[in-house]
Design a protein around this ligand. Structure first.
Ligand code: NGD
Length: 283
């Protein structure tokens, strides 16, 4: 009897998890008009359901991109690296730019964690691998895939906000986290506290999607210029003169004009707060 009760409670908990995640997905999706959100969900779910959560390849999300393609929004597309909060603090208040997190797929899954399990039809939100715990986890593969799709359609004048608070604002190289160096999953995620997972991924200083996935897909046939905004806080460690930005220029497809501007974070916040400042006059 005890075993049956435990099984029922466990089953209900897992179902609860699934329906909560799915309802967040659908309610965020429904804000986008003329979207068949159930169809998008089905395409999403097939990528990771019934799979080892360390064996979800980036390509598993290809059908999702087909089901919910990205539309180019020329001259308004905003990329970022290590500046998530300041970028979204600005874009939430002003309608000057579109980030990945303003698109259907980006907004529906921003901030969420999910994974499947071999032999199960469920979607789980706990016990999933951390970002760097194994390379091919469902969340990381998703962001890599949709970041690539967003960069593929970038056009016109493109903006990127990079951080002046780190030594190397443009950093394509990837260092492995300790738990990643073996094959498979390293330390099993179920036994790790969330705080430990966070520590783990903080030591994995790469994962730089902007440098390794987005910039390399910018095509001169579609994009006129890349305009970097270096976000400077007090005691900034780097600015537009940083040598790493030379690598950025060299990585760029020839034909794309490059520019860089040092902008205090306070100016970006001011522009967010004052709609009377035109988008083009923010920096
Ligand atoms: O180790 C990690 C980790 N590294 C990055 N991130 C991580 N999350 C962990 N749990 N563990 C997540 O990616 C985290 O949510 C970060 O805020 C986000 C971006 O990482 P960052 O700042 O290092 O920048 P990247 O260059 O890797 O990627 C930023 C660009 C940007 O133009 C977006 O269009 O790539 C797109 N993006 C990538 C990954 C995740 C967006 C997201 C997102 N919204 O979560």
């Amino acid at each position: 009897i005890v075993i049956v009760i435990i099984a029922v409670v466990l089953g209900l908990t897992l179902r609860q998890n699934k329906s909560e995640f799915k309802s967040t997905f659908l309610s965020r999706c429904e804000k986008f008009n003329q979207t068949d959100c159930q169809k998008v969900w089905d395409a999403f779910e097939q990528a990771y359901v019934n799979k080892d959560p360390c064996k979800v390849a980036v390509e598993a999300y290809d059908p999702l991109i087909v089901a919910a393609p990205f539309k180019p929004q020329c001259n308004r597309m905003m990329f970022w690296s290590k500046t998530k909060d300041v970028v979204h603090g600005f874009t939430e208040k002003r309608d000057c730019f579109v980030t990945l997190e303003d698109t259907l797929l980006g907004s529906v899954l921003d901030g969420l964690t999910w994974c499947g399990k071999e032999g199960s039809k469920g979607t789980f939100t706990t016990g999933c691998p951390g970002w760097s715990e194994c390379e091919n986890n469902p969340v990381r593969s998703f962001w890599r895939r949709i970041s690539a799709a967003f960069a593929d359609v970038a056009c016109g004048d493109v903006t990127a906000m990079l951080s002046g608070s780190i030594d190397t604002p443009f950093n394509p190289t990837r260092k492995k986290a300790p738990a990643e160096s073996g094959s498979g999953r390293g330390i099993c995620c179920n036994r790790l506290e969330d705080s430990t997972k966070d520590m783990l991924w903080k030591t994995a200083r790469d994962n730089n999607i902007f440098a390794s996935i987005e910039v390399v897909r910018f095509q001169a046939s579609r994009i006129k210029s890349l305009n970097v905004v270096m976000v400077l806080q007090q005691n900034a460690k780097s600015n537009c003169t940083d040598p790493s930005l030379k690598n950025l220029r060299q990585t760029l497809d020839t034909g794309i004009t490059y520019s860089c501007k040092d902008v205090p974070e306070s100016r970006i916040q001011e522009c967010g707060a004052k709609p009377e400042i035109a988008c083009g006059a923010c920096w």
